[in-house]
Write a protein that binds this ligand. Structure first.
Ligand code: EPZ
Length: 415
């Protein structure tokens, strides 16, 4: 078995307790934000995943010094001196795009490799650039790099046509050191936006309204270093919750901020699970086959998150009856369907819809992880399947799951 393949013999019943890793989608914009302040940052509970490693490479390109101590990350931005960041893996990775706003905000110049798209969609950044241009930035599209500059960054009334998470983050990052007031209308309300704003406030920024569609920023002159605890990853937690559902098992997930799970606990109850929640712990117990769901649509927070859509498709493949899912965030996010069909699932998907005829008895097969969240969902499906499943393409899963083998072992699974 090479590092990129995972073999699971099913069916197995998930049972156990797990402390959930730090959030990829909170850590990445927070790391980008550190560029805006001068000093030594301490970030606790930071996930050691490849996307974070790539971001750190780019911060080092910019002149930052970074050091891991377990899951604590020390980032020294006192020697920041280069607005051109490259990082040898960055081209592949989407999340470096948030460096646009922060490096521009700090240095008034930025050059990043074109952010990699990925298989879930073309991932344009038009909303990012339009917002940053309203703050005074000018962009030049070079062959392999996107170069931005701004004589002066000034506040503006920015209206987002869509509550893009990344665009909201980039505009927020470029506005905290700009002259005057910025208002972001139609802002994303994801928990990661609130975490980023909280981190910026600890650095001395003046930000209000995060978590609502209108975010107000008053530019300040300088920002200082801060210490922060990265919240646990709501998508990693949700992945394992669906794994417990599919294996008629039980799981107690610790250190999960309930507010970040939105309507997921209620949806699990609709599927027939016993769900108990405290402020940062969720327990789920599934004693029978999941019930199907007549219609689920993915939506910006607090709607059902697109990042858990694949795990839901996998769980509903084994549920009793027909389920219908509409994917409204990304244009190509049903990559998992042909792989689940290899395992015996009965799903018809067309553009942004999937019709799932449940009651499938999944059987082991050799399946491909084509992107991060689909790969993780296939691993959950393998737990419920009869026989051996080989998942290859594990490098995609490692982008967001720090130690899925170790996590599953703690949840009573034999890999
Ligand atoms: C963030 O991506 C997350 N990534 C994604 O998680 C998540 O799926 C997504 O938000 C939605 O919640 C990180 O936080 C690093 P968007 P982002 O901008 O910011 C379109 C994962 O698996 N759009 O809200 O790229 C875009 O094409 C990843 O962890 C434009 O058209 O998401 C998409 O269809 C996958 N123009 C939709 O908006 C723009 O300028 C949502 O994108 C920007 C986005």
């Amino acid at each position: 078995m090479d590092g990129n393949e995972l073999y699971i013999n099913g069916p197995q019943r998930m049972h156990g307790e797990l402390l959930i890793q730090g959030s990829k989608n909170a850590a990445l914009p927070i790391l980008a934000a550190a560029v805006l302040g001068t000093g030594i940052f301490i970030l606790h509970h930071c996930p050691r995943i490849s996307d974070v490693e790539h971001m750190l490479e780019m911060l080092e390109d910019a002149g930052c010094r970074v050091k891991w101590e377990g899951h604590m990350l020390i980032v020294d931005t006192r020697y920041l001196d280069n607005y051109q960041v490259n990082g040898n893996g960055a081209g592949k990775m989407r999340s470096t795009v948030t460096l646009l706003g922060s490096i521009l905000g700090r240095m008034h110049r930025v050059a990043i490799p074109y952010p990699g798209g990925c298989t879930i969609g073309k991932r344009p950044i038009d909303l990012h650039l339009k917002g940053l241009e309203q703050l005074g930035a000018v962009f030049e599209h070079q062959e392999h790099a996107l170069v931005g500059s701004a004589q002066r960054l000034h506040g503006a009334e920015v209206y987002l046509d869509f509550p893009s998470v990344g665009a909201t983050e980039n505009i927020l990052l470029a506005s905290v050191l700009a002259d005057g007031m910025t208002t972001i209308h139609g802002a994303a309300m994801e928990p990661e936006i609130v975490e980023l704003a909280s981190f910026l406030r600890k650095m001395g920024a003046k930000v209000r309204g995060d978590g609502t569609p209108v975010i107000l920023i008053e530019g300040v002159k300088t920002l200082h270093a801060a210490e922060y605890i990265i919240p646990s990853d709501r998508i990693v937690a949700g992945t394992y919750l669906f794994g417990a559902m599919m294996t008629k098992g039980e799981a107690r997930l610790l250190h999960v901020p309930m507010a970040h799970l939105g309507n997921i606990p209620k949806l699990l109850q609709q599927m027939g699970a016993l769900v108990e929640t405290e402020e940062d712990c969720i327990y789920v117990n599934m004693k029978r086959q999941c019930s199907s769901l007549p219609y689920v649509v993915t939506a910006p927070f607090p709607g059902f998150p697109t990042d858990l859509q694949s795990a839901l498709v996998a769980a509903l493949s084994t549920a009793s009856g027909m389920s219908f899912i509409e994917e409204k965030i990304f244009e190509a996010r049903f990559q998992i369907v042909p792989e689940l069909q290899k395992m015996g699932a009965s799903i018809a998907s067309e553009e942004s819809f999937a019709l799932i005829d449940g009651n499938a008895r999944l059987r082991g097969a050799r399946v491909e992880a084509k992107e991060l969240r689909g790969g993780a969902a296939l691993i959950m499906a393998a737990l419920a399947a009869e026989g051996e499943t080989c998942i290859y393409g594990m490098e995609y899963v490692r982008r967001g799951y720090e130690d899925i083998n170790g996590d599953l072992k703690k949840l009573g699974i034999v890999i």
